[in-house]
Design a protein around this ligand. Structure first.
Ligand SMILES: Cc1cc2nc3c(=O)[nH]c(=O)nc-3n(C[C@H](O)[C@H](O)[C@H](O)COP(=O)(O)O)c2cc1C
Ligand code: SF4
Length: 463
């Protein structure tokens, strides 16, 4: 994993990286090192304020959740019912959205920035207990976070007398077991309680009835890290780089066919063109850009004609997509869009928890049909069937808006947007019973992916 430096762009003059400023090497910052660079100053600031004053600062900063939906953080906090205690803070560190890998370096390289944000947030929402729910596969993140939590307890930063204030904040590090659905907030809470990670219908929202039926705030790792920085540096500092209602910096994860993939800390004011061609050094081998999945696998795809869109929540919404969890996957002209979609559809079918029929059955139909088109066995009418199932946009088709949680929509959106972007490619696969793209390392055999070494390649093959 790289945490990459930035080019000399006029748009980045005066921009200051704070989350991961110069940590190109994979190194964990200790408590001692963190204290030397002003660590836990934000906690002192928070301790000197009333809880509602902190919430006002966060509202004023315009901070919106970094987990995917972009909900305003201060507003979410103010939904907590007055006087209802105990109440909990839960940190969503499940980070399973394909293309997203930003919470991991935050936890593994600067764990104390997360603990600092947690304490500030607990003071703001009047909670004495926080849980960090970490993706099961992130063994190192869990270990680093637990060590940092232990360090903070030993130093009197956590526990029943936070920095000598008499306030209590306890932090529990909890490991998930590797299910994508446990990143969905209600599934996460159910899993944290020890049950199978099934999402629940909302309302009631977790702020009213959450963990153990108590009021609970769930925020993403990066959201909570941002809270600490906002308190330390002020809401105006956070708003200095703003595009419409997208304030502050965030970590962008770029993967795919750019020369310099990596995790970049950026303001939401650059265009997609500046990100791909300046920040990431352009396309690999100077190939043509074919499409971009700009915000993690669940968001609609965008095309080269959208390169001048601003990388912000509003900028991407204006071109029919979303900034999501800021995991940007860039594909060059060698990528078969049918193959890419088959890959994604297999993921969603596998990760559907199966509770509700539109998502369970719909994601399976989508996968089966896309995969048979990719295998050269597509039939006339398949594209119309895909459209009928996945719809043509939000709240259309058989799945969107008709399931308990947003995974159903997430399974359908890539299909409808791939068809909108590359209908001709899909049609050609069906008509020619083959595929003109030659660089695939994996094939689909029935509903599984197999690699070159698999003996039963489809007869038309890819070489
Ligand atoms: C299927 C699914 C998976 C999700 N996975 C994550 C995740 O891994 N991390 C995350 O922070 N949010 C994830 N979310 C969003 C959470 O439900 C929730 O909106 C978020 O944790 C709220 O935090 P925020 O307001 O700070 O963004 C997921 C949502 C869905 C529907
Ligand atoms: S939409 Fe899918 S993942 Fe979400 S609850 Fe329903 S079946 Fe489960």
């Amino acid at each position: 994993m790289t945490v990459s430096t930035l080019p000399d762009l006029p748009a980045l003059a005066e921009f200051e990286r704070v989350f991961l400023p110069n940590i190109e090497e994979d190194k964990t910052e200790t408590l001692e090192e963190y204290l030397k660079v002003g660590g836990y100053e934000a906690v002192k600031i928070a301790l000197a304020k009333k809880p509602e004053e902190i919430t006002e600062i966060i509202k004023d900063s315009g901070l919106r959740g970094r987990g995917g939906a972009g909900f305003p953080t201060g507003m979410k906090w103010s939904f907590l019912p007055k006087g209802a205690h105990p109440r909990y803070l839960t940190i969503n560190a499940d980070e399973s959205e394909p293309g997203t890998c930003k919470d991991r370096p935050l936890m593994e390289q600067r764990p104390h920035t997360l603990i600092e944000g947690i304490i500030c947030s607990c003071i703001a929402i009047e909670s004495e207990k926080a849980f960090i729910y970490i993706r099961g596969e992130y063994y190192k993140s869990a270990k680093v976070m637990q060590d940092a939590v232990d360090e903070a307890y030993a130093a009197g930063i956590l526990g029943d007398n936070v920095m000598g204030s008499g306030k209590r904040v306890d932090v529990v590090v909890h490991r998930g077991a590797g299910a994508y659905i446990c990143g969905e907030e209600t599934a996460l809470l159910t899993s944290l309680e020890g049950y199978r990670g099934y999402p629940k219908l909302k309302p009631p929202f977790p702020a009213i009835k959450g963990l153990y039926d108590k009021p609970t705030i769930i925020n993403n790792v990066e959201t909570i890290v941002s809270v600490g920085w906002i308190l330390k540096k002020g809401a105006d500092w956070f708003k200095k780089f703003t595009h419409e209602r997208s304030t502050g910096q965030r970590l962008l994860c770029v993967s795919g066919h750019v020369k310099k993939p990596g995790v970049y800390e950026l303001p939401m004011t650059l265009t997609l063109r500046e990100i791909i061609y300046d920040v990431c050094g352009g396309m690999r081998n100077d190939h043509d850009l074919k499409f971009i999945i700009p915000g993690g696998s669940s968001v609609p795809w965008v095309l080269p004609e959208h390169l001048d869109a601003t990388w912000s929540m509003e900028g991407l919404a204006a071109v029919g997509s979303s900034l999501g969890s800021a995991g940007m996957m860039v594909m060059d002209h060698t990528v078969c869009p049918v193959w890419a979609l088959a890959n994604l559809s297999a993921f969603y079918r596998h990760e559907s928890c199966g509770q509700c029929t539109p998502c369970r059955e719909g994601s399976a139909w989508l996968q089966k049909i896309v995969m048979r088109i990719e295998r050269g066995e597509g039939e006339e009418g398949d594209l119309e069937t895909l459209r009928a199932i996945a719809g043509t946009g939000p709240n259309t088709g058989m799945i969107c808006g008709k399931s308990i949680c947003a995974l159903g929509d997430a399974a359908a959106w890539p299909v409808s947007s791939a068809l909108n972007c590359f209908w001709d490619d899909f049609e050609e696969h069906i008509k020619t019973k083959g595929c003109k793209y030659k660089n695939k390392r994996y094939w689909m055999q029935d509903d599984r992916f197999v690699n070159e070494t698999y003996e039963h390649k489809p007869s038309w093959g890819h070489h």
